[in-house]
Design a protein around this ligand. Structure first.
Ligand SMILES: NC(=O)c1ccc[n+]([C@@H]2O[C@H](COP(=O)([O-])OP(=O)(O)OC[C@H]3O[C@@H](n4cnc5c(N)ncnc54)[C@H](OP(=O)(O)O)[C@@H]3O)[C@@H](O)[C@H]2O)c1
Length: 318
């Protein structure tokens, strides 16, 4: 598994030129890429921007300066500020920090906007917010509305109509790769039978306690790249845990001490060695830099097995 990852992801790189305060930068080439089934390269580590609120532009700027080239956002105003991600990207491109080609920008269609024509119109709104003329990756955020997410709005179509629109947008060069998020295994199987263009990326929740093996295996068998969200465990806080059980687990802390790394770096490294792309989020400049520094070292089989054994065994909610 590690060998496969080393070969296909080209993990390499020397120690970072990053200060303890998170200033400075890592060479983005040291972070490694995967080549998607669309033929486009996607960085192994990206910056997640959910829940950053007014901090979004500043934190995204820090991430770009630290060497992140993949930025994950979405149209859903409930969690994301796509406009502020765009502000940071515009400023970084204008400062000569990178070219547009060097960045990998992901956004996601809100489920209230399912439907062929609506999906195409919403892609234009993302391009405007982000100040770019194409997206690297456009995902269907959810297969359908749930709870109060769509505020009583009846979507004009289903995820199948939106998928056809994404296929057209890709053909037109408006998006380079397309994919889905939060589709369950049955929905992924249906998509596989139904799609004219198969998804390049599937984004789902995965962490050491909830490793999402079945979906990951399906993705691997289809050559769909699996992208994990909330690898650092923040979903457990929404399930009633008072403190993050991923970053505080004794095995994670023990491995971190042994390797001279942080708990966050250990769980990100575990995910990468399982072939996942990761998109950690932080509002803290030093932690933003720390989360990128996960190449150039590896977890051995014993550490991987110890972390694998935690799947399905989250601590009890206190
Ligand atoms: N497709 C979807 O439905 C979906 C759902 C959820 C998330 N996502 C994407 O995935 C990204 C990541 O997931 P997430 O935002 O849920 O959370 P996450 O990355 O699992 O965790 C973020 C939390 O971890 C803390 N943290 C970050 N780095 C740390 C470090 N090195 N040491 C200790 N604590 C650290 C952050 O606090 P500080 O800010 O204080 O550092 C924050 O509270 C999102 O931002 C979003 O782009 C997608």
């Amino acid at each position: 598994m590690l060998e496969r990852c080393k070969e296909s992801c080209g993990l390499c790189g020397d120690s970072p030129a990053i200060g303890a305060d998170g200033t400075g930068s890592l060479d983005p080439r040291a972070i490694g890429n995967v080549v998607l089934n669309s033929g486009h390269a996607m960085p192994l580590v990206g910056f997640g921007t959910a829940g950053l609120g007014d901090m979004t532009a500043t934190a995204t700027k820090w991430a770009l300066q630290a060497g992140y080239r993949l930025v994950d956002t979405a149209q859903a105003p409930e969690w994301y500020r796509e406009d502020l991600v765009g502000e940071a990207i515009r400023a970084f491109l204008a400062s000569g920090g990178a070219t547009r080609e060097e960045l990998f920008i992901t956004s996601k269609l809100h489920p209230r906007d399912h439907g062929a024509e609506r999906a195409k119109a919403m892609l234009e709104s993302s391009l405007t917010n982000l100040g770019v003329d194409y997206l690297d990756l456009f995902l269907l955020h959810y297969p359908a509305c749930w709870g109060t997410l769509c505020g009583g709005v009846e979507p004009q179509g289903t995820w199948r109509d939106s998928w056809r629109a994404l296929e057209e947008l890709q053909r037109a060069g408006k998006v380079r790769s397309i994919g889905v998020s939060n589709f369950d295994v049955n929905e992924l199987r249906e998509l596989a039978e139904w799609a004219r263009v198969e998804p390049a990326v599937v984004q789902r929740n995965s962490d050491i306690f909830s490793a999402d093996k079945e979906a990951r295996q399906l993705c691997e068998s289809k050559r769909w790249q699996y992208e994990a969200y909330s690898s650092l465990g923040s979903q457990w806080l929404m399930r009633g845990h008072r403190e993050n059980p991923v970053l505080t687990h004794a095995d994670v802390k023990r491995i971190a001490r042994k390797k001279g790394k942080s708990p966050a770096q250990v769980v990100l490294r575990w995910a990468i060695q399982h072939g996942q792309i990761v998109i950690p989020r932080s509002s803290n400049r030093a932690r933003i830099a720390e989360n990128l520094d996960v190449a150039g070292w590896t977890l051995g089989d014993d550490d991987m097995f110890a972390l694998d054994a935690l799947d399905g065994h989250p601590p009890f909610v206190q």
